[in-house]
Design a protein around this ligand. Structure first.
Ligand code: GRF
Length: 189
């Protein structure tokens, strides 16, 4: 089985997923694609000896170039880990039910355009929510709206800052994203 990852930022989830599957000979990380030339995830990939490929907006939305690269890896899953651009239709159409994202909140709360990273945790803080969490879901043509695969929750304390909430949520991501992917890749019985 093989996974292609998309990331735009730090890539701590990418690193965690790579480490998780390192000792699983049934799952290969075929490569990491990024839309940010200077994303920290590229340094991580160099260190982890994983292919990292950069693409620009034109290649993604104006050609089949990224689609063809993904196809060449023949992935069983396409995994978004902090990837901030909307998936174009050509990729969505060619990989139905195979594209998965993680969102740092309990969708349908705090989803949609502009709701990423610290924006989400600040909104949770401002609304005085008593819990937050992660949502792993399939990707469709709308931000954060595909079918939900898995959610996990954590408590928000009255004194938690957005940064502290972010840390709790990241911990949940590290704990649950790779194992959920592993389940999705397991042969159906
Ligand atoms: C994560 O919080 C993820 O839920 C969100 O973007 C963040 C990525 O963090 N979609 P990192 O780049 O994996 O460190």
């Amino acid at each position: 089985k093989s996974i292609v990852l998309f990331a735009s930022g730090s890539g701590s989830n990418v690193e965690n997923i790579v480490n998780y599957f390192e000792n699983n000979s049934n799952v290969t990380i075929a490569g990491v694609l990024t839309n940010k030339r200077d994303a920290k995830v590229i340094d991580r990939c160099n260190r982890l000896k994983i292919n990292a490929l950069y693409f620009n907006r034109q290649a993604f939305y104006g050609s089949d170039c990224v689609l063809e690269i993904v196809r060449s890896f023949n992935p069983d899953l396409i995994v978004l880990a902090g990837f901030l651009w909307k998936m174009p239709n050509n990729i969505l159409e060619n990989f139905p039910e195979k594209i998965v994202n993680i969102h740092p909140a309990l969708l349908p709360k705090y989803g949609g355009k502009g709701m990423f990273g610290m924006n989400v945790h600040k909104a949770v803080r401002e609304n005085n929510d008593v819990e937050t969490g992660i949502t792993i879901h399939y990707v469709n043509e709308n931000y954060d709206e595909g079918a939900i695969i898995y959610q996990a929750k954590t408590i928000v304390l009255p004194d938690d800052s957005p940064e502290m909430i972010a840390e709790k949520v990241h911990k949940l991501e590290y704990e649950h994203y790779p194992s959920t992917l592993e389940k999705l890749l397991a042969p159906k019985t």
